[in-house]
Design a protein. Structure first.
Length: 211
């Protein structure tokens, strides 16, 4: 059985849980409490030297980084493919994945926010301003893109890795009281995704370690 080390409110863990659910893969969840610092303990660092979540263990083999994990699962469990057959649509999916994984998430990661506070004295309200700024920057461009490439979901009428990335990012935005309704395409796609059982089951509040 696959093992997924993660944290209930980690958007990167959320992405991987969605993929596992869409593909109907049975797996064991092993919580890593980021707030209490479990990711820094020696036992976890031996498993995953980066000390981040998620981390997937498949037999004797392990893999970190959510996008790499999602692509690995898509390649090793081909049922319910999450990349389109068209090269152009595959590229569009990867563009959206990159926009969230590279342009938003690294700037808003918990360890970055903690560093801003500990090293530069950035207060909570300033952190929230920082956090929402980078989401809005990407969502403005994504909203325009979705006007051209979306159907029911981000790229056409089938769920792709782009949707698996977008929904957790919206969850993060809403945690900081961001009004998603100003991005109607993003809002619509989110609602369509959350109507699917795999997305609903992967939601943070439904995880065994939710607090």
């Amino acid at each position: 059985m696959l093992k997924l080390y993660g944290y209930w409110r980690s958007s990167a863990s959320f992405r991987v849980r969605i993929v596992l659910g869409l593909k109907g893969i049975v797996y064991e969840q092993i919580p890593v409490n980021l707030r209490s610092g479990e990711q820094g303990e020696k036992s976890y660092r031996r498993l995953n030297p980066q000390g981040l979540v998620p981390f997937l263990v498949d037999g004797e083999w392990g893999l970190g980084q959510s996008v790499a994990i999602m692509e690995y699962l898509d390649e090793t469990y081909p049922a319910y493919p999450l990349l389109p057959s068209s090269p152009q649509e595959r590229a569009r999916v990867r563009q959206i994945v990159g926009m969230i994984a590279c342009d938003v998430h690294p700037l808003n990661n918990l360890r970055v926010l903690n560093y801003l506070e500990s090293e530069f004295g950035v207060r909570q309200q300033q952190q929230e301003t920082w956090y929402l700024h980078w989401i809005r920057e990407t969502f403005r461009a994504l909203e325009q893109m979705l006007s051209a490439c979306s159907g029911i979901y981000c790229v056409g009428d089938e769920v792709t890795l782009a949707d698996c990335m977008l929904v957790p990012q919206i969850y993060n935005a809403r945690r900081y009281n961001m009004d998603i309704s100003v991005f109607p395409n993003i809002q619509r796609i989110h609602d369509n995704c959350m109507a699917l059982q795999a997305f609903a089951d992967a939601a943070p509040e439904r995880q065994p370690d939710a607090q």
